[in-house]
Design a protein around this ligand. Structure first.
Ligand SMILES: CCCC(=O)/C(O)=C/OP(=O)(O)O
Ligand SMILES: [Mg+2]
Length: 396
């Protein structure tokens, strides 16, 4: 028998076992003790089981195991079972989810993951550096080409669309793919470096698969996807499609509506960690602990662990983001290690000497940290890094 096990955070001081039993029955067989013995025997395999309750104040936890025989092996059915009506039932937060291996194997997981992306880029021994197009709305393909070329030549490993850049007449989706390929092929020929460009896959849900397939045929090297504006099952359908054989980068846009409250919704480690990984995200962006929309460090640690801990699936790249600049690289490497992607938009394009210099400054900062050299000492030899930490500082 397969199971999904869910852990909930609830107010302390309740009759915890009564509440737990009520949830376990209410989300499975409905009622129990008043059933005839024969019916109990028939329904036993469908009954939710209270695995643990831990009382405390102000909060307590309840852990319940749900038989997979009750639902189809898809995320919509599982989420509706373990936190559908229950999510509407007052102060309760889904803080962990566990799939047994037999059930987990029915999901795609990352199709490339950390190892596959490292193979594509040819980098195996350092955090990757990614830049984000900025200020592209209202701008045309010339600006697109200029920004892409500068970011790539400056030394980043990946470039992504901003999540707010959709298909539009000035920089049409397919044109961004085609011109992006042309520019990055040229960069590779001249520098030997393979740079991936994650174009933002957007538009109506039922058009996404064909748009993604067309983009791959046109040479797209990665896809950015605003998962939570659509749904985890949409991500899974893209990841499972054999014709969409490029890495998928999950953006956390909209997820804050589900995760921000300490008392309601879904924990970031569940939504941005376990569920994005099992549904097939190869890279997962999330607010860093020290950026412009910061998350508590214990949450970002939990997300990174959920993305990389050993499971039946490949590890997905943690991509701590938002408000990142070269001065933060020592913190990022300390907190997320080599299996991470350092991601910045303003911290690249805001460099006093332009986007290419901003990209170079990040690479210089990464090299310095891996060489166990302080940024200040490295900056004595590296002008781009010196200008970056002069502008943004280097919090100790
Ligand atoms: C957590 C997502 C961050 C993001 O989408 C973005 O565009 C960040 O830009 P910067 O803060 O690096 O300028
Ligand atoms: Mg963005």
């Amino acid at each position: 028998m397969s199971f999904v096990t869910a852990t909930y955070l609830v107010p302390g001081g309740l009759d915890l076992h009564k509440k737990a039993e009520g949830i376990a029955l209410g989300l499975t067989v409905g009622s129990w003790t008043d059933l005839p013995a024969l019916e109990q025997a028939q329904l036993k395999k469908h009954k939710g089981e209270v695995i643990a309750t831990n009382d405390g104040t102000p909060k307590a936890t309840i852990t319940i195991r749900y038989p997979a025989v009750n639902f189809t092996p898809d995320i919509p059915a599982i989420l509706t079972t373990i936190f559908g009506k229950l999510s509407l039932d007052g102060e309760i937060k889904l803080v962990d989810i566990a799939f047994d291996d037999a059930l987990a194997k029915q999901f795609p997981g990352p199709q490339f993951g950390v190892d596959g992306i490292r193979e594509l880029i040819g980098v195996h021994d350092r955090p990757l550096v990614m830049s984000i197009f900025k200020g592209m709305i209202g701008k045309g393909l010339d600006e697109f080409e200029t920004q892409l070329d500068a970011q790539a030549r400056g030394g980043v490993d990946l470039v992504k669309d901003d999540e707010i850049l959709f298909d539009n007449p000035l920089t049409p989706f397919e044109e961004r793919v085609k011109r992006g390929k042309h520019i990055l092929d040229k960069v590779e020929q001249e520098t030997g470096r393979r740079v991936l460009y994650a174009v933002n896959l957007s538009g109506r849900t039922f058009e996404l698969r064909d748009k993604a397939r067309k983009a791959v045929k046109l040479g797209a090297s990665a896809l950015l996807f605003n998962v939570f504006a659509y749904g985890l099952d949409t991500l899974q359908a893209l990841a499972e499609d054999p014709e969409i054989n490029v890495p998928i980068m999950a953006h956390p846009a909209v997820s804050g509506a589900l995760t921000a409250s300490p008392d309601y919704g879904i924990a970031n480690s569940v939504l941005l960690g376990k569920l994005l990984r099992i549904a097939g995200a190869d890279l997962v962006l999330f607010p860093s602990p020290y950026g412009s929309v910061a998350l508590p460090k214990e949450e970002t640690d939990a997300i990174a662990l959920a993305l990389t801990e050993p499971t039946v699936h490949r590890a997905a790249y943690p991509v701590p983001s938002a408000g990142i600049h070269p001065g933060l690289v020592p913190h990022l490497v300390r907190d997320f290690g080599e299996i991470s992607v350092i991601n910045a938009g303003g911290g690249i394009h805001g460099h006093p000497d332009g986007s290419a210099a901003g990209a170079t400054a990040f690479r210089q900062a990464v090299d310095a940290v891996l060489d166990d050299t302080s940024l200040e000492d490295a900056a004595l030899q590296k002008a781009e890094l010196a200008a970056a930490i002069k502008l943004w500082g280097h919090p100790l």
